[in-house]
Design a protein around this ligand. Structure first.
Ligand code: UT7
Length: 330
């Protein structure tokens, strides 16, 4: 039986990087082609603009740039990494994985690289997966990337969905380090993942290799997704608090998935998390799916909010449905 003060491995974040395509699409730009208004989009979602990948950019291009930034931030080389996990629902190709393309792009000759698909929850799922590899002792340093080009799977005539999403990528490097097994340790302290496939029809892409043989477009029953989102994310966040004996007061930063300002505010309120601890980037990035949490981490770390030793809760919810949370000591 392991006591709560035994030495154990922790997955510590030692590097962080992100990349946003240079083209910005504002709500005013969308007003020109769609029956929508800046006022509607801001009121219902909090989104003011989103970044859109250039014609030559792919999910792997965005992810590679975020990966290089994370390596530089950590002062590490590609050879120092032995595990690459890319969370994405918008791969360049059906196969091979975006992760192996990024592995090659970094010039990595060793290690293992694979993609993970949990839609908007992908980054949280990938952090949890990398954590399992690292604390088992099988791998030493993981590059975990959330990278998406959702602009490529949107129906640009569907105002109910196309105004919501954007492109981007974010990456962290996790390193296995010895901890004491307490919540004072740096690193991933706990992860909680859930899924429920009965909700498939509420958020999905209507194409794929083995069904339509096309890529398809994103379809969503927004109101239904909204209805489930708050209770699902608050459940897993509360599970993370309970399993570590921490509370909303102990938290320094709440970094939620960035889908809708109203979902973020309602979740924080239900959890009793003070609004000044909530990191919000949905206004500038829109919903970048698996990239949204690492992009938000980047913004809050780079502007000096998130500091070493801070207690940070990340969470996300998305298609499947999938949902999850991770509590991390920065
Ligand atoms: O990443 C994970 C998953 N995604 C989410 O978490 C998204 C969850 N859902 C949402 O964020 C919200 O449900 C939306 C932002 C998608 C929609 O907001 P809502 O308050 O639930 O609006 P609604 O879907 O109930 O639509 C209200 C009205 C409708 O018109 P009627 O039927 O009342 O006449 C829509 O046709 O707003 C209309 N509408 C729009 N009007 C102007 C829908 N999209 C637009 C638009 N511009 N872009």
């Amino acid at each position: 039986m392991i006591s709560s003060h035994d030495a154990r491995l922790r997955s510590v974040i030692v590097g962080l990087g992100c990349y946003l395509p240079s083209r910005i699409l504002s709500n005013a730009d969308l007003e020109k082609t769609l029956d929508t208004t800046d006022e509607w989009i801001v009121q219902r979602t909090g989104i003011r603009q989103r970044h859109i990948a250039g014609e030559e950019e792919r999910t792997s291009t965005l992810g590679l740039k975020a990966a290089r930034a994370a390596l530089a931030d950590a002062g590490l080389n590609a050879d120092d990494i032995d595990l690459v996990i890319v969370a994405t629902s918008t791969p360049d190709y059906t196969f091979p994985a975006v992760a192996t393309q990024i592995q090659a792009g970094l010039g990595m000759l060793g290690g293992v690289a694979f993609d993970l698909q949990a839609v908007c929850s992908g980054f949280v799922f990938a952090v949890a997966t990398a954590d399992k590899f690292l604390v088992s002792g099988s791998h030493r340093r993981a590059l975990v990337i959330g990278a998406e080009t959702f602009s490529r799977i949107l129906d640009w005539n569907d105002r109910a969905t196309c105004v919501l999403f954007g492109d981007g990528a974010g990456a962290v490097i996790l390193e296995a380090r010895e901890g004491n097994g307490t919540t004072a340790d740096r690193g991933v302290l706990t992860t909680h993942l859930r899924s429920d496939g009965r909700h498939r029809d509420k958020l999905y892409v209507d194409g794929g290799p083995s069904s339509t043989r096309t890529t398809g477009h994103l379809r969503m029953e927004g109101r239904e997704v909204f209805r489930h989102a708050v209770s699902m994310v608050t459940d897993v966040v509360q599970a993370a608090f309970a399993s570590t004996g921490t509370t909303a007061e102990d938290l320094d930063w709440f970094v939620p998935h960035q889908a809708n300002r109203r979902i973020i505010d309602a979740s924080a309120e239900k959890l009793g998390i003070a609004s000044e601890k909530v990191v919000t980037t949905v206004d500038l990035h829109g919903n970048t799916s698996a990239a949204s949490v690492p992009l938000a981490l980047c913004v809050a770390r780079n502007d000096g909010r998130i500091k070493p030793g801070d207690l940070v809760m990340i969470e996300a919810m998305g298609g499947g449905f999938t949902w999850g949370a991770a509590l991390i000591r920065w």
